[in-house]
Write a protein that binds this ligand. Structure first.
Ligand code: HEM
Length: 261
């Protein structure tokens, strides 16, 4: 058995894998939020950013493969670790959960699996641009001109995408679950990496709470602000969506016609 196999086959090894892949995903979440918050600026800001990323295929595909590996290994380690724990404790505890386990820790597997389902939906919504999942129309037809080049209009896609109440509701539920998952997951990550002592532990707990709350607020204000027309309304009124609607399918025209009044 080589060292990789030995690490993977032990509980401790799986915890390391979860901690390291979880750290990678946490860094992605911060970067992704900073990128998305640009929707609060002029449309050119987020469109320019998205175009910049897409114009660097090595960077974007490297990041995508890294993310996929992190998500895959994180889930695999979580599920196998859960099975190992179940096998070691076949009878179960009399109370609601393991002694000393926080409420959040009991919800790690179910919240994690629902977040994974959200990511699949989210990829179909904003990356693969499947028209039937957004309740609006064909986002692939939303383009704009940037420095004389025709580029995807990510701003328009987000503003139109978050006019749909059930999409906004789903995103908010996913953010709430992500908060529950992170508030425990971040402390568990530091613990697995050996940072649990009386000096560091209170600071780690504070950091985990602060970071999960910041991500919850940051990710939630985007769909909420757009839905409440605090973002994008002016853009809609300028009639720029109307122009796009001419090239877009009927569902999109219906939404845009309503918006442009
Ligand atoms: C309000 C919340 C969010 C918004 C508005 C948002 C927006 C977007 C947009 C517009 C894209 C497509 C980027 C492009 O192709 O140009 C994207 C991609 C992605 N998002 Fe989000 N996102 C949000 C939350 C999240 C969360 C919570 C996660 C993870 C749990 C996540 C994970 C991803 C991933 C993995 C991609 C694919 C990146 C790629 O193109 O390879 N997003 N998001």
């Amino acid at each position: 058995m080589n060292i990789i196999e030995r690490t993977w086959n032990s509980s401790l090894g799986k915890k390391y894998v979860m901690a390291i892949t979880g750290a990678g995903l946490f860094v992605f979440l911060i970067g992704h939020l900073v990128g998305n918050l640009q929707v609060f600026g002029p449309p050119e800001l987020i469109n320019g950013y998205a175009h910049f990323l897409k114009s660097k295929p090595a960077l974007i595909w490297g990041a995508r493969l890294g993310l996929l590996a992190c998500v895959g290994l994180h889930i695999l380690a979580a599920v196998t670790l859960h099975k190992l724990n179940e096998a070691a404790r076949p009878v179960g505890y009399a109370g609601k959960g393991a002694y000393g386990a926080s409420k959040a820790s009991q919800y790690m597997l179910p919240t994690g699996l629902i977040i994974a389902a959200f990511i699949i939906y989210h990829l179909a919504h904003f990356t693969v641009l499947l028209p039937f999942v957004n309740g609006v129309g064909d986002f692939a037809k939303l383009t704009t001109t940037l420095h004389g080049e025709t580029v995807p209009d990510v701003y328009a896609m987000m503003v139109l995408g978050f006019q749909v109440w059930w999409v906004v509701a789903f995103y908010l539920v996913a953010q709430a679950l992500l908060f529950v998952h992170l508030s425990h997951g971040l402390t568990a990550m530091f613990q697995s990496l050996g940072f649990r002592d009386h000096v560091w532990w209170p600071r780690i707990q504070l950091f985990a709470k602060g970071a999960s709350v910041a991500l919850l607020i940051g990710y939630s204000i985007i769909p909420v602000a757009i839905f409440l027309r605090l973002v994008g309304n002016e853009y809609v009124d300028q009639g720029r969506f109307k122009q796009k609607a001419q090239a877009a399918p009927s569902a999109l025209i219906a939404v845009q016609g309503k918006e442009a009044k």
